[in-house]
Design a protein around this ligand. Structure first.
Ligand code: GRF
Length: 202
């Protein structure tokens, strides 16, 4: 059985999609063991508590440098025997210490079709503002493994979403969440956790 930590920063709609998939027996090889937030105001924490999940907060502003922040994150993950990490709307940077501890075991959902509209500074609504500014007719979401390059890891799943005339960034974000993010993230978690469970049981 794979222990999953979901890392969050905001509303937690992607976390909600994972919690609902788990409740629907969609993760036969995994359980969401911990929800770790980057700030104590994240509504995602309330979603986790409603589903009886253990939560923790490790806030970057409480650490003087990336290294000590990474150590604190790693301590929490290791103390919960975490095997796999899912970034679901997580806005803090994870440094090399964390990434090296979980090779090909950290997934991230990004709200565009990477390599478009990704990398430093592209998060949340900014991604959709850039897509609308460029005038793309199709956008979507990507699940990828996390490595040391922001949004640079191996792509696992993508799903395209149509841009409609008159879309505002908010309307487009919602469509991308509903039609893409909330589908491919649970799908990717099911796929990777099954693979890791087989490895674990070898
Ligand atoms: C959304 O922009 C989503 O596309 C991205 O993070 C933001 C918040 O997601 N992954 P959530 O509602 O906190 O899951």
């Amino acid at each position: 059985m794979i222990n999953i930590a979901v890392l969050v920063s905001g509303g937690g709609t992607n976390l909600q999609a994972l919690l609902d998939k788990e409740a629907d027996h969609g993760f036969p090889h995994a359980r969401i063991t911990l929800v770790l937030a980057s700030n104590d105001k994240a509504y995602a924490l309330q979603r986790a508590q409603k589903y009886g999940k253990e939560t923790a907060v490790v806030s970057r502003k409480n650490y003087q440098d990336q290294d000590s922040f990474d150590e604190a994150v790693l301590d929490v993950l290791k103390s919960h025997s975490i095997d796999m990490v899912v970034l679901a709307g997580y806005l803090s940077i994870l440094g090399p210490k964390v990434i090296e501890a979980y090779p090909d075991r950290i997934l991230n959902i990004h709200p565009s079709l990477i390599p478009s509209f990704c990398g430093k500074g592209f998060y949340g609504l900014k991604v959709h503002e850039a897509a609308l500014a460029r005038g793309v007719k199709v956008t979507g979401a990507t699940v990828h493994f996390v490595n040391e390059i922001p949004d640079g890891g191996r792509i696992l799943l993508q799903k395209a979403v149509e841009v409609q005339s008159g879309d505002t960034p908010e309307v487009l974000q919602r469509r991308v969440m509903e039609q893409a993010e909330w589908k491919i993230l649970p799908q990717a978690v099911a796929m990777v956790s099954e693979e890791l469970d087989k490895e674990k049981n070898v």
